[in-house]
Unconditional design. Sequence first.
Lengths: 108, 108
Amino acid sequence: MGFTKKHIFNEHQNLVANYSKVLGHPARISIIQLISDKKYCNCNELVKAIGLAQPTISQHLAEIRKIGLLKQTVKGKNLFYSINIEKLNICRRVVNDFFVKTQVSCGK
Amino acid sequence: MGFTKKHIFNEHQNLVANYSKVLGHPARISIIQLISDKKYCNCNELVKAIGLAQPTISQHLAEIRKIGLLKQTVKGKNLFYSINIEKLNICRRVVNDFFVKTQVSCGK
DNA sequence: GCGTGATATTGCAATATCACAATTTTATAA
DNA sequence: TTATAAAATTGTGATATTGCAATATCACGC
């Protein structure tokens, strides 16, 4: 079929999967690392640093934005991205809690 | 194109992405939860509990196996799956370290 | 051996994802 | 207003993923 049957899973399962899916591509891992290293980073810098075309980077940025991990600041012609640390922390906890709970369940 | 240009990213970025990708589907989240809750679980139980067809579950199990997260025990006709806790712990650390390092970079 | 039950594999259709060229939008600078 | 530069959007082709029916495989009991 090609599409995921999300309705048969609960909200939490879909949430963990959604967050993880965004991290499931090395370009997006690289983008997040570059933005956090440089604090502020525009699209062009990412294009040069990573070596994918501008529309491709823009697309990956949109995926990361969808889960709220990015902040934007307009400065002249440039659009600078930075990490939404609060949201990053939420993602970390959601994913890590899944691991921890799984580990605890195994040990009971 | 449709395929990921993995060669332009480093090993660590691909590793984080690989682990995350496996968690990037709610069926696989659900499978991991069910197996860890029941300690041992065969394919049929997962099929009944989740409501996807047997080949679909089998396929998702294969994805989870690829990153080493599952152990198998044959008992008669049944094949029981359990969680490889050591590997789960490694995955947890790899993914969580990514989050923590990102957070630290933002704060510097 | 033969049937049975459990799981993996194969083949296929539908959808999603990845990557990029071309274009559009937006905002500044001249 | 016009040029320019940055980034988003659109359109497209190639590949990957999701899901399932049909089939194959494998291990047991008879």
